[in-house]
Design a protein around this ligand. Structure first.
Ligand code: NAP
Length: 345
């Protein structure tokens, strides 16, 4: 890459301090500020040892310097593509803020994304891990996406089946595309059905609506309640750097789940359609003694044990040391393996 002149939207030796919500130190050999598909096509000709796509930086642990090309996605735009008797169809550029998209659809009078309010990150990152919250996941509202295949230099359209969505999972993770930067999401299209029904079954959300005496909330009221619950439980990265939930909620076999339920009747468990049991990672971490506990300059947040926070000045190695300590403690106590949600870069 160094033998060719750099396009004007690519910078060399860039400080990454402000680019991830965990606020970890590190520099990138190159950063491309990508605001169009045309720029992605230009990048296809640049050879780089490593490539990584960065959105809002809310799901990344920087282990140190990154000796490659970081694609900072900034493709903007959101629009109503179509409307029929059944639904509104909206499209947004990969660089848009997910939360701002949710607020925009609600302000336009198109319900459907309210349970996903205040999830950090960009629109382009949303399908990678099939973001979800309070009983709704992106896959439920997904229509299609466009992704640029960097190696072949062409734009692909992926429908819901092609994205192979599962719990916090998609073809991008299954194929390792999220790690090698070979397929870059450029826009996402959603289908918001007019036959809207409130999803208010989750205990925290139900309690908040109850507290507000909203027996039949509309979508905006649900979004407000979700925002309030999240603000109460989750730290604002601007003041307490963090990457949201640091571990996935484990899906265990019916056999292991049954055993855990017998041994720990308080353990929050949810049976999945495929018979596996989803257990609350936050509860496991709390019971293993890590809620509100620090290791050096990092710790597990006192109001939500699933969130790993940077208490100030931490390095990526400290984050990973704490993650390993928490994994070890949970494994010893429950024989359950916790998988980190963020990508280690
Ligand atoms: P929570 O509501 O305390 O739930 C903990 C666990 O119990 C999660 O595995 C959740 O499943 C499950 N659960 C709770 N109530 C359930 C119900 N009525 N039916 C089925 N499963 C139920 O979790 P939290 O940590 O405070 O987070 C709130 C919501 O935000 C959760 O839905 C969580 O998954 C979501 N969240 C998502 C991301 C992300 O997409 N990366 C990051 C942070 C939080 P689910 O995980 O399937 O909801």
């Amino acid at each position: 890459m160094r033998t060719q002149p750099l396009p004007d939207f690519v910078s060399a030796d860039v400080d990454l301090a402000g680019r991830t919500t965990l606020a970890l130190p590190g520099r990138a050999a190159y950063v491309a500020e990508v605001s169009s598909c045309r720029q992605l096509a230009q990048l296809a000709s640049l050879r780089s040892a490593r490539r990584f796509v960065l959105g809002g930086g809310s799901n990344v642990v920087l282990s140190g310097d990154f000796d490659g090309l970081l694609l900072q996605m900034a493709i903007a735009g959101r629009e109503l593509l179509a409307e029929d008797a059944d639904a509104w169809y909206v499209r947004a550029g990969a660089g848009e803020s997910w939360h701002q998209l949710v607020l925009w659809t609600l302000a336009c009078g198109w319900p459907g994304l309210e349970n996903l309010a205040l999830i950090p990150g960009t629109v382009g990152a949303a399908p990678i891990q099939n973001i979800g919250a309070y009983g709704l996941e992106l896959a439920d509202r997904f229509q299609s996406l466009e992704a640029f295949d960097v190696e072949r230099g062409r734009l692909l359209q992926l429908d819901r089946a092609a994205c192979r969505f599962a719990y916090r999972d998609s073809v991008f993770k299954q194929q390792g595309w999220h790690l090698d930067g070979s397929h870059v999401v450029t826009s996402v299209s959603l289908r918001l059905p007019k036959d809207w029904r409130p999803l208010t079954g989750y205990a925290d959300l139900a309690a908040e609506l109850d507290h507000r005496r909203l027996a039949r909330p509309d979508a905006l009221q649900i979004a407000d309640a979700v925002i309030a619950v999240r603000n109460r439980k989750l730290p604002d990265p601007a003041t307490v750097p963090n990457a949201g939930s640091f571990f996935q909620n484990p899906l265990v076999s019916a056999e292991l789940g049954g055993r855990l339920r017998r041994d720990f009747p308080e353990l929050p468990c949810h049976v999945q359609p495929d018979g596996r049991i989803k257990i609350a990672a936050g509860w496991l971490i709390e019971q293993a003694g890590w809620k509100g506990r620090d290791l050096g300059r990092v710790g597990m947040y006192e109001k939500q044990a699933l969130v790993l926070v940077n208490r100030g000045g931490a390095r990526g190695s400290e984050v990973m040391a704490l993650a390993r300590a928490v994994q070890d403690a949970v494994r010893q106590r429950f024989a359950v393996e916790l998988s980190p949600e963020p990508v280690l870069l």
